[in-house]
Design a protein. Sequence first.
Length: 334
Amino acid sequence: MRRLFPGAGKADFAIDFGTANTRVVSADGGVLFDEPSLCCFAGRVDAGELVTAGAAVGPMQERASGDLRIVRPLHRGVLCDIAAARDYLAYAVRSSVGQRRLRSFRAIIGVPADATNAERGALLTAASDAGLGAVELLTEPLAAAWGAGLHVDHPRGSMIVECGAGTTEAAVLSLGGTCATASLRGGGDALDRAIADHLHFQHKFLIGMNTAEHAKRDIVRMLQDQAAPAARTRFKGRDLVNGLPAALELPIGDLLPVVEKHVAGITRMVVNMLGDISPELSRDIHDDGIVMTGGSAAINLVRPALAQATGLHVALAPNNAYCVANGLQKALLH
């Protein structure tokens, strides 16, 4: 494992700053903070006042009134609103360590492997504006591999597919570094949007993103049952034909093409990346298979599709949603 903060001691805590959820972990205290990555502002877009953040904002989504605005600091895995990221990071860290002077803290923050220099710079700026001291960025696939218990520091190839809400990343790792990466900007949130778009365009029916997320979980769970395509699911939202609140009931089979298209994008990314690695790495991965991490890895339709497309063993990591946070915690210890 490479040394972070060379010559300056260890970091005080690490932040898994995700599109859907953010977790703050310490070396000895475990998870100090675990809440949705959401902010509520009042006032002007360019100079709004933070009203609340985290778990309290969840029920407010698409229900805010007056000059209240609900903001996600990250979109597709990378920072899209520096002001929101600044205020959210300050909220998350102060919720974890109290009202102490933040400049004295060193932190590690996870970042997508394909984040551009500009995107990394924006995250570092937001962390500095939040009041943090020295910050080191660590790629999320590497952290997820550590958290999943893979021996990525050895001279042997390991492969991981990290399925987050904002990004889906595949990586081949060896000797403590990344040999190959591929990513899709759009993870579990993209499937939520695809379900909402399908209902909009095919059935003239509008649902909110919270409803789409709950529907995704129900659909994925039912699709694992062989009789699922005949089962039906119910949505509540607005009928675009008459503009009134309504409920819509559909067979699961109607939404199967939406899920299959999402899964096909992930399998295509993985197959293409496997075609670019060295023969020795291919040999290692043939023996050891692929490990899936991230909250969206629980969409169990992805695992059999990857196994069928690659002919490799595909395993779901234990505690898959917390692999990045657990890997960041291991980075703190080393």
